[in-house]
Write a protein that binds this ligand. Structure first.
Ligand code: UT7
Length: 331
């Protein structure tokens, strides 16, 4: 394994969450729902919501600054910024370019990556290729979302699930035993209808009619996505382990996309992970899409569940597209 392993590793992490907390009790006053229903069906107690003037690039920039500090890297030395997001500030320019300007990372290339909630896992996999090819040595991979901006706050089937936030990682070349050991990425565009924002793009440009019909809001087939989530993340976890020649029992920390505690529990059970290895923060942040895995990774590191140079960490995600994937790394 040692000779063909990838030598890109995470050397700094940061997060940024909006200050405003929206609890289930707050939601009870907004739509026909209850704290008991939300907690039992999703495990979510509260989520963060961006202020009206706060956008994805603001959260991304905050997370990136902390990650750069943690890695001891100055913005001028960043060579590439990848922002994984489904809620960019604008259709263009890329949110990554806005972040590049705000950071003062004048030498960095920058682009957005759209893989729904799998965006951060995709971003790590893409960033790692630039490092292993020798193209770049200092890369920022950011998962950032303001889903609240595309949420229909009158639709109880979606608005109770979502939250805003950002997490960022610095990727650099690392020596053994650290670094990314394997990646597994998949997509199935035939399932695109299950989770989408219909209007606002080139197919259905924003108009008075699209806004009146609420087509600029996120829509979802929750039951189908639930089934897909468990099935796809199990496949991704198994494949990433197989590709690295690692047994599931060797994994110290299992981090899945945080969408629903029932999805996380079902997956952990199928794969045989004991609860002490499974990171859960969906109760405090809800589903923050591409931001959920880096936020959970950051919290696992800060709480001491991940030990640098030692811990084997498995990241698994699924999302709109449909997309899914996994990254196995020695932190
Ligand atoms: O990042 C990927 C994004 N999406 C996901 O990961 C979502 C995956 N899916 C899920 O997490 C679950 O399917 C949900 C949490 C969305 C829904 O849970 P469920 O157990 O699949 O509920 P359901 O859709 O089968 O609905 C059960 C009932 C329905 O009422 P009836 O038809 O049985 O009378 C819904 O109308 O619950 C009702 N319901 C609600 N009741 C109170 C739906 N949303 C709510 C709500 N409060 N917020």
């Amino acid at each position: 394994m040692a000779e063909d392993r990838l030598a890109a590793g995470i050397t700094g992490l940061g997060i940024h969450l909006p200050a405003r907390v929206l609890t289930n009790l707050d939601l009870e006053r907004m739509v026909d729902t209850s704290d008991a229903w939300i907690l039992e069906r999703t495990g979510i107690k509260e989520r963060r919501i961006a202020a009206p003037e706060e956008s994805t690039s603001d959260l991304a920039t905050g997370a990136a600054r902390e990650a750069l500090n943690a890695a001891g890297l100055s913005p001028e030395n960043v060579e590439l910024i990848i922002v994984a997001t489904a809620t960019p500030d604008m259709l263009f320019p890329a949110t990554a370019c806005l972040v590049q300007d705000r950071l003062g990372a004048g030498r960095a290339a920058a682009f957005d990556l759209e893989a729904g909630c799998s965006g951060f896992v995709y971003g790590l996999a893409v960033g790692a290729q630039f490092i292993t090819s020798g193209c770049f040595r200092n890369i920022l991979v950011i998962g950032a979302e303001t889903l609240s901006k595309v949420t229909n706050w009158q639709d109880r089937s979606t608005c109770v699930l979502l939250g805003d936030g950002a997490g960022a990682a610095v990727l650099q070349p690392v020596g053994p035993p650290r670094g990314i050991l394997s990646v597994y990425l998949r997509a199935d565009g035939s399932g695109g209808e299950l989770l989408k924002v219909p209007a606002g793009g080139a197919r259905l440009p924003a108009s008075t009619e699209t806004v009146r019909a609420g087509l600029h809001y996120l829509t979802m087939n929750g039951r189908e996505i639930f089934k897909f989530a468990v099935r796809s993340m199990e496949e991704a976890a198994v494949e990433a382990l197989r590709r690295a020649g690692i047994n599931q029992r060797e994994v110290d920390c299992f981090i899945t996309h945080q969408a629903n505690i029932r999805i996380i529990d079902a997956l952990a059970k199928r794969l045989g992970f004991s609860p002490d290895k499974v990171i859960v923060n969906v109760d405090r942040y809800g589903n923050t899409s591409a931001a959920s895995i880096p936020i959970a990774l950051y919290e696992a590191l800060v709480s001491g569940k991940i030990k640098p140079g030692e811990s084997l960490v498995l990241l698994v995600a699924f999302g709109a597209g449909l997309t899914w994937g996994a990254v196995l790394l020695r932190y």
